[in-house]
Write a protein that binds this ligand. Structure first.
Ligand SMILES: [Zn+2]
Length: 268
């Protein structure tokens, strides 16, 4: 699932590309992608896109007062298309869920727009970062699990939670409810800093390149065996079943290596 900075970057990208453009039509290729029947999707045809906002992980495309609200489900993605074929996509073929066609910018120019692809089930959006301290105090799970649990904090996935815990100098296995006030404050600052940095890196990038861009700038995530850029210790990896995450012992666990078996507690 795209993480919060990527959704913000997609909103910024669409603001540049789509505001002021006229909608030709919208095609739904997957029944699950459409949550409206009144007004019908055809209601936005001929209307102009006047704004693009973001609410949590939802993109909100304002089409002259009608709102096209997009939630990128697990593994979902938005891809800008400089030229779209006129024929409607065949339903049920491939991951394409939705396609928006925009009128050419110049007479005779190509119909551009964007595709939404999705695979997997939609997860619900929950609360925001501001309620962090109250949230953590109610959680008996380990902080890594709490950060990545989509029902608790929207927008932080595996990669950014590794980075946030590293920046906050916290062990992923710390119990959320037992964090001291200074640890909660560090965590809050780290969430803000890591996500803000990621947004700054992502904005202005081509939407299609964001998945690769997300990898750059990471200090511990996906860097097992490489030196920690903060202290020089070797980044370690914990894996369990199909999950894995990375951390720096010197920065986060007072030099101790974490045992894989404790990962089982994160998966509850
Ligand atoms: Zn380190």
């Amino acid at each position: 699932m795209p993480e919060l900075p990527e959704v913000e970057a997609l909103a910024a990208f669409l603001r540049e590309r789509a505001i002021g453009r006229t909608v030709v039509r919208a095609d739904a290729a997957a029944f699950s992608a459409v949550k409206t029947f009144d007004p019908p999707m055809s209601a936005i045809a001929g209307a102009t896109i006047t704004g693009v906002g973001r609410h949590g992980k939802f993109l909100d495309v304002d089409v002259d007062g009608l709102h096209l609200v997009i939630h990128l489900a697990r593994a979902g993605w938005l891809q800008w298309r400089d030229s779209l074929p006129p024929a409607p996509p065949r339903p049920g073929k491939g991951p394409l869920a939705f396609r928006l066609h925009l009128a050419p910018e110049m007479p005779g120019g190509p119909v551009s727009g964007f595709d939404l692809t999705e695979a997997g089930t939609q997860k619900r959006l929950a609360v925001s970062v501001e309620e962090l301290a109250a949230l953590l105090s109610a959680e008996r799970a380990q902080v890594k699990g709490v950060l990545t649990h989509q029902a608790v904090l929207a927008g932080i996935g595996n990669a950014y939670s590794d980075e946030i815990l590293h920046a906050a100098k916290l062990s992923p296995f710390k119990l959320a409810a037992k964090l001291m006030p200074d640890e909660v404050a560090r965590l809050h600052a780290a969430i803000h800093d890591v996500l803000t940095d990621a947004v700054a890196r992502s904005v202005g990038q081509q939407a299609a390149k964001l998945k690769g861009e997300k990898r750059s700038g990471l200090k511990v995530h996906a860097r097992a065996g490489l030196p920690c850029p903060v202290c020089g210790d070797t980044v370690r990896e914990i894996s369990f079943a199909d999950k894995s995450f990375q951390y720096c012992p010197t920065c986060q666990t007072e030099g101790r290596e974490l045992a894989d078996r404790r990962m089982s507690k994160l998966l509850k």
